[in-house]
Write a protein that binds this ligand. Structure first.
Ligand code: HEM
Length: 326
């Protein structure tokens, strides 16, 4: 009873902190988003950009369609839906200039905080580590890490670019950009291999709906068999986001890097890159929490390929039945 009251008190405390943070983030949002706020030296954003443009040698202006005068003129009159708007110009400038970094900031603070709350209030699932069963081959393990390492680098260097101004800009951010490009190539290769290796196990099944309805059993510590195959519904979601979402990131990133399109398409690609980026960052944090903290010893399965029998029987009950039937 005392433990229950303690948990309740902790939960209320945690909820209060969360509400306060959402409020602060919201206030920041409302003020940061005012498009009529002059930028540097009292100038509007477009004037600052065209001023900077004059400093770039014409030969270094990668895409004349981006640095061209009419486009700059078009975003001088701020506000979505203005009579001078051209294509996605205004919505892109507004989101890129005022919202994207804030949303990434909120995600990298709130998602870990929510899991910290889970860890404190509900805690780790613990299973008997006696009998182990091999669930991943060496090939699975190698491909996972060869896709995962560049993917993590992509997320870290992507965030370094999003918060480039806060990190002081300059060579650090340019280095992050170079690493981002190289990691993209490595992920593109191993991401395809990972897709081919696991897509069958990640196809949706009817029992995934039941898993989602009970949130995979992660809201309680009770050891009751959970409806899941080799991968549960949450893992399947992560699989599709990091493979199909990952490929959409590679394609939209390539458009931005090589700038081989008109400005409106490039703006569309930048919007897509950021929107999928939100999902990828939030789910990557979730994936790491699940693998390292939510279940004691879960990380071993992707290091040595083995998982405890009890863990499979409880958390992957349909897979366990399949293994026993085979
Ligand atoms: C340091 C970071 C990471 C850790 C500690 C980690 C750990 C793990 C573990 C323990 C599993 C096996 C889960 C199980 O079946 O119970 C797994 C599976 C998987 N990992 Fe990772 N991983 C990491 C990063 C990544 C990244 C960046 C990607 C994306 C490229 C990724 C993609 C996957 C996929 C698709 C699976 C199979 C489905 C699933 O379990 O969600 N992992 N990982």
């Amino acid at each position: 009873m005392a433990i229950k009251e303690d948990s309740m008190r902790n939960f209320v405390k945690f909820f209060r902190i969360l509400t306060l943070m959402v409020f602060v983030a919201g206030a920041n949002f409302a003020f940061a988003a005012n498009p009529s706020v002059p930028q540097k030296d009292g100038k509007q954003y477009a004037e600052v950009i065209s001023g900077n443009n004059a400093l770039i040698a014409p030969s270094d202006r990668a895409n004349p369609l981006i640095y061209g005068g009419p486009e700059i003129e078009a975003i001088k009159t701020w506000g979505v839906g203005s009579p001078n708007s051209q294509g996605l110009g205004e919505i892109f400038t507004l989101l890129q200039g005022h919202y994207f970094a804030t949303i990434f900031g909120i995600l990298i603070i709130l998602v870990p905080l929510a899991f910290l709350g889970h860890f404190v209030l509900i805690g780790q699932k613990k299973f008997n580590h006696g009998k182990k069963i091999r669930v991943f081959s060496n090939y699975n393990i190698i491909v996972h890490w060869c896709a995962a390492i560049p993917f993590v680098l992509l997320c870290l260097t992507g965030l370094a670019m999003v918060f480039g101004d806060k990190l002081g800009g300059g060579s650090l951010v340019r280095f992050a950009r170079d690493v981002h490009g190289i990691a993209t190539i490595a992920f593109a290769v191993f991401g395809v291999l990972m897709f081919l290796m696991w897509f069958k196990s990640a196809l949706p099944k009817a029992y995934d709906i039941q898993w989602l309805m009970i949130m995979g059993g992660y809201l309680s510590k009770e050891k009751k068999p959970i409806p899941a195959g080799k991968f549960n519904a949450g893992q399947k979601m992560w699989f599709w986001v990091c493979t199909l979402g990952g490929f959409a990131m590679v394609i939209s990133g390539a458009f931005m890097f090589f700038q081989f399109a008109d400005i409106n398409t490039l703006r569309m690609m930048a919007l897509v890159h950021n929107l999928i980026g939100f999902l990828v960052i939030a789910l990557l944090i979730t994936h790491i929490y699940m693998a390292v903290f939510a279940i004691e010893g879960a990380l071993h399965s992707i290091l040595d390929g083995h998982m405890g029998e009890e863990e499979i029987a409880i958390l992957h009950s349909y897979y366990y039945k399949e293994l026993n039937a085979a």
